[in-house]
Write a protein that binds this ligand. Structure first.
Ligand code: ZN
Length: 725
């Protein structure tokens, strides 16, 4: 080829390529763990690649599937999206590609945001109605992609269940992603109450390659409504979708003029070092991005708590004062009054027979003893009390806030009633005032929410959410409450959850330092949206040592340990070793004692005091800040299990070791992680079950030997790098 000919060829080629280049906008965002590249095509945006820095990228071949139609009355209008470059924004912290539809006039913003210089990157889709008409639109997924993969490449998936009711026998699922693999994980606030979803997941999943650095990606949803995650592998394709649950469909949501639909925020991140490597980035990210800074600034967070449920519904003024005195003597941080204090369900005033002087005096009594004061309230539940201020399901004003008409013979349970639909503006306003009153009048430092807070489908046609499909309504009763299943269930949850977030955001603003416990029937509301609006979770509704350890093992893959509350309840403890095992099974995160401590022997009292002391002085700093390693298989109550905390900054850590009922295995070795093979570490056995000694990181990486001669016993082994103090 002559020089001249080559120049002409180059010019021709440039003309062929340039128009396409000019019609397309590319962008990227980067944290220390995650690199994402994006392309704005003419009619849809696309996540093009995800990379763990230094590793081969994951390449996406699908554009984001944007909703393609809207209903106006009985008419259906197709949507044609086109990229609006002038309205789009690209910085090194944020990429927002804007698409518009001319008729109907809608604007869609496809946004990615960096919230910290490490960890995952957040994403959300917002659809704004710029028209002068009302539309009904299908649910826009938060994120969907289709990775191009090698057909035979080995891939693994990890997902974890909520500890709702009782942790199941599996809890942490590790699946091999073979050809044809198809999986859907769902999350709502109902757990096994929802007959379709027997076990719910924390809305998050992780997929890893079989490479030497154990890399991969994970994604999660920051929303407490009905959501789902799907993963489908077929030949060279790995399709993933995250967002509101479109089943049962057709699921629609209303868009009034000027109103916006916001898909649940999702996050997408890369990782190294397998699931624990992912967790050791995600947990600090959740703390930094979703956590309440004021909560984490409190050096006493997470608290040691004494909860009144050890005596059930019987709590009264005298019992509460006795428990407060004993809690103060034990060194507890907070006294927490559980159910049983109120006049009735929906009637959140102190029962005058039990608390003749009211509840504020009890809070003040706790404060005088150096304790914080927390209170259980089922504040979305209506009952039948006719007292002034009560939420009465028969009140004509309240009746329309219920999800369905309540039969004439209905009675609430002792501490459960009928959930109101918080998505109704008047209901939300009532709840805002009521929670505000409770926090102020009873001098609260912590408000625990329990019961079903989010309505589960709704029969009403005059609420802001979509009406149910009259041919697909199922009404059923569980635990004294009525539930509705229909095509509007997801939209009902969308509105109710946003109202709940608004209520708690305002309470937080008006009461700085107030803590929120997310309970929702024990472990049914464990998700990243709750993590952004509350301070800690009740992670299961079953409180024996094994259930507490199992729920912690599962949940701690994705959420900061300090946010994970275990309630420790009465359990057979013939020996003091069993007593310590029981306490420590609930001491790996937020530690709540739910026992009548006045029934303890002097020996148990002294042992508990020592455990609380070591929790506050040595364990709590690690629970807050250290990396966490799951150094054994999931607890089964028979074999040995352990968790390791290691703080690479303070160069110290701890191993919680538990022996189940296994016979003939008095010594067990746990391979520790996060240590440097050439460094030496001092080992301190807290119960002196072995002499203190030193060992190299290499030796501990092979196995830390622990000897416990008794079934259902435990040890705390503290680690400190030599020469680090
Ligand atoms: Zn409703």
């Amino acid at each position: 080829m002559s020089w001249r000919y080559r120049v002409e060829f180059f010019i021709l080629l440039s003309f062929a390529v340039m128009p396409r280049c000019f019609g397309q906008t590319d962008a990227s965002l980067r944290t220390t763990d995650t690199e994402l590249h994006f392309t704005a095509d003419a009619s849809a945006p696309r996540l093009t690649t995800l990379s763990v820095p230094g590793e081969p990228p994951w390449t996406n071949r699908a554009s984001e599937a944007l909703i393609d139609g809207a209903d106006i009355g009985d008419d259906h209008a197709p949507l044609h999206w086109s990229f609006n470059r002038d309205a789009s924004q690209i910085t090194d912290q944020r990429v927002a590609f804007v698409y518009e539809s001319a008729s109907p006039h809608l604007r869609l913003t496809w946004e990615w945001r960096i919230r910290q210089d490490f960890g995952p990157i957040e994403h959300q889709v917002r659809i704004e109605n710029l028209d002068d008409k009302e539309f009904w639109i299908p649910l826009q997924d938060s994120l969907a992609f289709d990775w191009q993969i090698e057909p035979q490449s080995p891939l693994d998936q990890l997902f974890v269940e909520k500890g709702a009711d009782s942790p199941s026998n599996v809890g942490t699922h590790e699946a091999s992603l073979t050809d044809g693999y198809k999986w859907t994980g769902t999350s709502s606030t109902y757990g096994d109450t929802d007959k379709r979803d027997p076990r719910e997941i924390i809305p998050w999943t992780l997929v890893g390659r079989h490479d030497t650095a154990h890399t991969g990606w994970y994604a999660g949803i920051e929303f407490s409504g009905r959501t789902r995650v799907t993963v489908h592998r077929e030949k060279d394709s790995l399709k993933v979708a995250l967002g509101l649950n479109p089943d049962p469909g057709p699921a629609l949501t209303r868009l009034l003029p000027g109103e916006s639909f916001e898909s649940p925020i999702v996050f997408l991140g890369g990782f190294r070092g397998g699931p624990d490597g992912a967790g050791n980035v995600l947990r600090p990210w959740v703390r930094a991005v979703l956590g309440n800074p004021l909560t984490w600034q409190n050096p006493d967070y997470p608290y040691v708590v004494n909860n009144s449920w050890g005596g059930g519904m019987d709590v009264n003024d005298e019992i509460a004062r006795r428990m407060i005195r004993d809690a103060a003597e034990l060194g507890v941080n907070m006294f927490h009054v559980d159910a049983g204090w109120f006049r009735g369900v929906g009637d959140w005033y102190p029962n005058p027979q039990k608390f003749p002087e009211g509840l504020a005096v009890i809070a003040d009594y706790a404060h005088q003893h150096g304790l914080k004061f927390g209170l259980w309230v089922d504040w979305t539940q209506a009952g039948l009390s006719t007292e002034h201020g009560a939420l009465n399901a028969r009140d004509p004003r309240v009746r329309d806030w219920m999800v369905t008409d309540i039969p004439k013979d209905w009675q609430p349970e002792p501490f459960k009633g009928q959930t109101i639909d918080l998505g109704v503006p008047e209901a939300r306003q009532w709840a805002q005032h009521e929670t505000e009153r409770i926090v102020s009048d009873y001098h609260l430092d912590m408000l625990e929410h329990d019961g079903y807070l989010v309505a589960h489908g709704c029969n009403r046609t005059d609420h802001p959410h979509a009406a149910p499909d009259p041919l697909k309504i199922c009404v059923y009763k569980d635990w004294g409450s009525y539930f509705v299943d229909s095509t509007n269930s997801t939209d009902v949850s969308y509105h109710a959850v946003r109202a709940y977030y608004d209520i708690y955001s305002k309470l937080r603003k008006d009461h700085p330092g107030l803590l929120f416990e997310i309970c929702n029937d024990g472990g049914r509301m464990v998700d990243f949206g709750s993590a952004a609006h509350g301070d800690y979770f009740s992670i299961t509704d079953t409180y024996d040592p094994l259930s507490n350890r199992r729920a912690f093992y599962d949940t701690s893959h994705v959420l900061p340990a300090a946010m994970l509350e275990s309630y420790v309840e009465k359990w057979p403890v013939p020996r003091i070793e069993n007593f310590r095992y029981m306490l420590r099974s609930g001491m790996m995160g937020w530690f709540t004692i739910m026992l009548d401590t006045s029934s303890w022997s002097a020996e148990q009292h002294a042992a508990a005091k020592r455990e609380i002391d070591v929790y506050k002085k040595e364990l709590r700093p690690l629970i807050r800040d250290a990396s966490l390693y799951h150094v054994s298989p999931r607890p089964d109550g028979v074999h040995w299990d352990a968790m390791e905390y290691w703080d690479p900054h303070r160069k110290m850590g701890v191993v919680y070791a538990f022996r189940g009922t296994v016979e003939n295995e008095n010594t067990h070795a746990f391979a520790l992680q996060g240590l440097e093979p050439s460094k030496r570490y001092r080992l301190r056995f807290f119960d002196r079950t072995s002499p203190d000694r030193a060992a190299t990181g290499a030796e501990l990486g092979k196995g830390l030997k622990v000897t416990l001669p008794l079934a259902n016993s435990s040890e705390l082994i503290f680690l400190k790098e030599e020469g680090s103090d």
